[in-house]
Design a protein around this ligand. Structure first.
Ligand code: ADP
Ligand code: MG
Length: 339
């Protein structure tokens, strides 16, 4: 008798959840990305007690067809790709079909959703990955997820949660980043009762920056509008004087996806090298558009890391985009050349 068994679905979902759902902020990120993929232009997010007791994400997107509600919670169930070929050029934020299965396996999820062609919506309640209730309800077109009792059945994960205010900080950070990536979408984030962010959704990146960072930052920015044979970059480079001692001040988006990239951070720092003091990190928001064939987003379950196939070219382009913006500002340029 051999010793190897195939794990049951519930167990494998819980294992996968370990990678995708690290903390409340990861749940919020996945739910918002789904709302964006569903074409929403207004997304509201509510987090009670740092998201630990309750998270609610409501969108005005396409909604989920009633035939799809149950399968949406299965692992590897997605409407976004059809075959491995599609992985070569991904246009949506999601594609792994893992988030809902993972989230539902470690919490209690309530879903209310309606598509435009139906007069009624569907309500589903899923506990620890098992559908407990499914019924028709009246509701507006769009989707609302309520996630409660996060990690109730994974005590080890629960124990590693930080203070509510720290968890809320993580949520706020990820919502801010996504709002910067999508100026055409209005985001509203509410904490225990106060509003932490309300972006207008008027397609103006500067107004999102203002909503998040305030007057001082938004008054001290240089626009970036760059294009070469491999990529396009739009965004803002902060004047050297608003640089800070933390890298948290850098937002990098590739084809609308918030990512962290050592390569791009290094190119930004190189472009600022002669303008800011060592150990200070410049404020930058870069929206980079690149042929999806040149990037691999399927590197890590959270999709925060990506791989470029033309690293040197990408480095050079980002360097030039940022450096050009800095050199185009008269005061900065003059100070620079006097050195
Ligand atoms: P993925 O986003 O990788 O496809 P998910 O597990 O996050 O996988 O979601 C599964 C499916 O559920 C999605 O492919 C989509 O069809 C549907 N879905 C999830 N959230 C929403 C939403 N807010 N609006 C419309 N459809 C949604
Ligand atoms: Mg998803």
């Amino acid at each position: 008798m051999g010793k190897i068994v195939l794990l049951d679905e519930n167990t494998s979902n819980k294992i996968a959840a370990g990678e995708v759902v690290e903390r409340p902020a990861s749940v919020i990120k996945e739910l918002i990305e789904n709302s964006i993929d569903a074409g929403a232009d207004s997304i509201s997010i509510e987090a009670k007690n740092g998201g630990v007791s309750l998270m609610r994400v409501t969108d005005n997107g396409s909604g989920i067809d009633d035939d799809d509600v149950e399968i949406a919670f299965e692992r590897h169930a997605t409407s976004k790709i059809r075959s491995a070929n599609d992985l070569e050029s991904i246009n949506s934020l999601g594609f792994r079909g893992e988030a809902l299965a993972s989230i539902a396996s470690v919490s209690v999820v309530e879903l209310t959703t309606r598509t435009i062609n139906k007069e009624y919506g569907i309500y589903a309640r899923v506990e620890g990955g098992t559908v407990k209730e499914l019924k028709q309800v009246g509701c507006p077109v769009g989707t609302s997820f309520v996630v409660s009792s996060l990690f109730y059945n994974t005590p080890a994960r629960y124990k590693f949660l930080k203070k509510d205010s720290t968890e809320f900080g993580y949520i706020s950070e990820i919502v801010n980043r996504i709002a910067l990536a999508k100026p055409g979408i209005s985001f509203k984030l509410t904490g225990n009762s106060s509003v932490a962010l309300h972006s207008p959704g008027n397609n103006d990146l500067l107004s999102v920056i203002f909503s998040i960072y305030g007057k001082e930052v938004s008054r001290n920015l240089l626009p970036i509008d760059y294009e070469d044979s491999i990529l396009k970059i739009k965004g803002y480079a902060g004047k050297p004087e608003i640089s800070r001692s933390t890298r948290e001040y850098q937002s990098i988006f590739i084809n609308g996806r918030y990512i962290k990239s050592k390569l791009i951070s290094a190119a930004i720092e190189e472009a600022y090298k002669t303008f800011v003091m060592k150990n200070k990190h410049p404020f930058t928001v870069l929206n980079i558009e690149i042929n999806p064939l040149l990037v691999d987003v399927n590197v890590h379950p959270t999709k925060m890391e990506i791989r470029f196939s033309k690293e040197q070219e990408v480095f050079r382009s980002v360097y030039h985009a940022v450096n050009n913006a800095l050199l185009s500002a008269p005061l900065i340029r003059d100070a620079h050349f006097q050195e």
